[in-house]
Design a protein around this ligand. Structure first.
Ligand SMILES: Nc1ncnc2c1ncn2[C@@H]1O[C@H](COP(=O)(O)OP(=O)(O)OP(=O)(O)O)[C@@H](O)[C@H]1O
Length: 365
């Protein structure tokens, strides 16, 4: 059984024109980490607060473990829900030691049990040397671990984290993400984190939910979201993508860059004349003229340190000297390719083949 299950949860703030959270449903299995990503105002924090019990939805139900915690007017109070919360600014108690901070949420346990639980959690989070220190004596990364230990000490069924890495500098952030993931995984806890940063989501989460205007656009594994996004919004959120128009023919797809051989059992190809071919820059391989290939001309080269990014125009575009016909260029006739070679220049002919691509309905964008 899923640890947490949301069913068509909606929330509209007083005097607002639209829902901050709009009919969101999903469930998570034990030990899964979910990242909620989306632009500012998309409803991520509101959704987290609804799960934590800091807000009440207008409709929908939430189940945590075996208990329905939200349904109609029923709402289990926040302090009775088996959730732990880590806030952006950590919210540690400055007058308490690390031990005191971690022990804070363990009221009700006997002294010996409390001691055992605190030390167990402190060991897991690598804070053993710091138990007697105060928060101001610790680095940002260490404070983050204290906040995590404090949330985990009561052994919640669900850990909620609101922008947990945003106070850390870039180098520390990479390290802390990894540590946080390892700790959560070691404890087998189900977790939801809210972040603006797609790198946080990719490196920490097992699944990512993309939100826009209160709605859940797509919830999938990082790999599936990257390689098979269900909308151009999701595709562009995780890096530049190529989405070229194509016409279906018996053996494949005619694109402005040439012919792409079709997979044998492509369901879209049967019923549709026009489709989109979707691929990431790194899913194209450069090749020579002897192999079957797609072809275009370099319109712009960008040196990006570890690779060159080539903006490539199809041969039919107005800006390409080699075009037989002049057409008005639209975005579908420009693509991005990645190259480790640094010898490209504007106007060069580029031949490439697609290692991977997805066929999408032309009207799916
Ligand atoms: N307490 C509130 N009262 C009224 N409106 C609110 C309140 N909190 C959030 N909102 C509105 O609800 C919508 C969703 O906000 P929310 O904070 O959940 O988004 P978010 O994705 O977490 O944004 P951010 O990344 O900037 O924190 C926004 O339009 C916001 O202005």
């Amino acid at each position: 059984m899923a640890v947490i299950e949301l069913n068509t949860i909606s929330k509209r703030y007083r005097n607002a024109d639209s829902n901050a959270v709009d009919r969101v449903s999903f469930s998570l299995e034990k030990g899964e980490i979910l990242a909620l990503v989306g632009e500012s105002g998309s409803g991520k924090t509101t959704l987290l607060r609804l799960i934590a019990g800091l807000e009440h939805p207008d409709s929908g139900t939430i189940r945590l473990g075996e208990e329905i915690i939200v349904s109609g007017r029923k709402s289990v109070p926040a302090n009775k829900r088996k959730t732990g919360m880590v806030f952006q600014e950590y919210a540690l108690f400055p007058h308490l030691t690390i031990y005191g901070n971690v022990a804070f949420g363990l009221k009700g346990l006997k002294k010996k049990e409390t001691e055992q639980r605190v030390m167990e959690t402190i060991n897991l989070t690598g804070l053993k040397e710091d138990v007697k220190k105060y928060p101001h004596q610790l680095s940002g990364g260490q404070q983050q671990r204290v906040a995590l230990a404090r949330a985990l000490a009561p052994r919640p069924e669900l850990l909620l984290m609101d922008e947990p890495f945003s106070n850390l500098d870039t180098i520390l952030r990479d390290q802390v993400r990894e540590e946080v993931r390892q700790i959560i995984k070691a404890m087998g806890i189900t977790a939801i984190l809210v972040t603006h940063d797609t790198k946080d989501a990719f490196s920490t989460a097992d699944k990512i939910a993309v939100m826009l205007e209160g709605r859940l656009l797509q919830l999938d594994t990082p790999d599936a979201l990257y390689k098979d996004p269900n909308s151009s919004y999701v595709a562009d959120l995780f890096g530049k993508s190529n989405n070229i128009e194509a016409t279906v023919s018996p053996r494949g797809f005619k694109t402005p860059f040439g012919f792409v051989s079709g997979p044998k059992d492509c369901p879209l190809a049967v019923n549709q004349d026009k489709v989109n071919i979707f691929f990431r820059a790194e899913e194209a391989d450069f090749c020579n003229a002897e192999e079957p290939h797609l072809c275009g001309r370099v319109e712009q080269c960008m040196y990006l340190g570890d690779h060159m990014q080539l903006k490539v125009c199809c041969n039919r575009c107005a800006t390409c000297a080699g075009g037989n016909e002049v057409e008005v260029m639209d975005d579908s006739q420009r693509i991005l390719l990645k190259s480790s070679e640094q010898t490209w220049k504007t106007g060069d002919v580029v031949r490439f083949k697609l290692k991977n691509y997805k066929v999408k309905a032309a009207d799916s964008e």
